[in-house]
Design a protein around this ligand. Structure first.
Ligand code: SF4
Length: 232
């Protein structure tokens, strides 16, 4: 079994992106505090990612067995129709930044810290893509995440962590009883090679989602056999 822990990631806050995200000008009175927080975060941050190379044992119309664990999802079975190898993963901003942000009392500063943690998480996620490309040259990939779609509910998170094995020990990411991850700025899922432009969001009808990366695509949803009942 091949498993990779990426925990030596140098993290620098992208100040331009940070100021843009918090809609603050660098000449603002609070800018100095923001920069100070960014430097503090850089000094302690240890974003981490863990991923592994897993193999598909069996597929059915609405399930896929990966490394002996049965995931129940029709969308997954369609997405992995031609795949034999997949890459389960978890990435996190890290407990160090989580603890740092938990010690902040000011609400505005908590928000700035949140944006910094998102950058750290994105850095860890990107590290997986770079490592995957360097080691396996698998080309284009897409990702499915438990809880993103009704078809693959959040309760399947436990199975994903079962496949990942020692994710908690290696990354510090803990699953709560309701299958949420702590630190909350963590992401988990299964990457798979594909030539399509698969995005969970294209099959998701959630309105006003701040994280939406692509518009809902009704035609695509019907191709996947997802028929949503009409809202009354
Ligand atoms: S629209 Fe939002 S909730 Fe739906 S899959 Fe995309 S990010 Fe997730």
């Amino acid at each position: 079994m091949e498993k990779f822990l990426l925990d030596n990631l140098e993290f620098k806050v992208d100040l331009d992106a940070l100021f843009e995200a918090i809609r603050m000008d660098k000449t603002d009175d609070d800018a100095e505090t923001v920069i100070k927080m960014a430097r503090e975060a850089e000094a302690i941050a240890r974003p981490k990612a863990l991923y592994m190379v897993s193999y598909i044992d069996e597929k059915g119309d609405d399930y896929v067995v990966i490394d002996g664990v049965k995931f129940v999802s029709h969308v997954m079975s369609v997405n992995l129709k031609d795949a034999h190898r997949v890459f389960p993963y978890v990435a996190t901003c890290g407990v160090e930044l989580e603890n740092w942000s938990n010690s902040i009392e000011d609400v505005l500063e908590q928000y700035w810290a949140d944006v910094i943690k998102i950058q750290a998480l994105q850095h860890a996620s990107k590290a997986i893509d770079i490592h995957l490309e360097n080691c396996f040259k698998i080309g284009k990939t897409a990702s499915m995440n438990p809880g993103s779609l009704e078809d693959w509910p959040i309760s399947e998170q436990e199975k994903l962590f079962r496949v990942l094995g020692d994710a908690r020990e290696k990354t510090g990411v803990v699953l709560t009883d309701s299958f949420l991850m702590v630190p909350i700025k963590s992401v988990s899922g299964i990457k798979f090679p594909t030539e399509s432009n698969y995005e969970n969001c294209r099959l998701c009808k959630r309105e006003n989602c701040p994280g939406r990366r692509a518009p809902y695509d009704e035609e695509l949803a019907s191709k996947y056999g997802l028929f949503f009942s009409k809202r009354l």
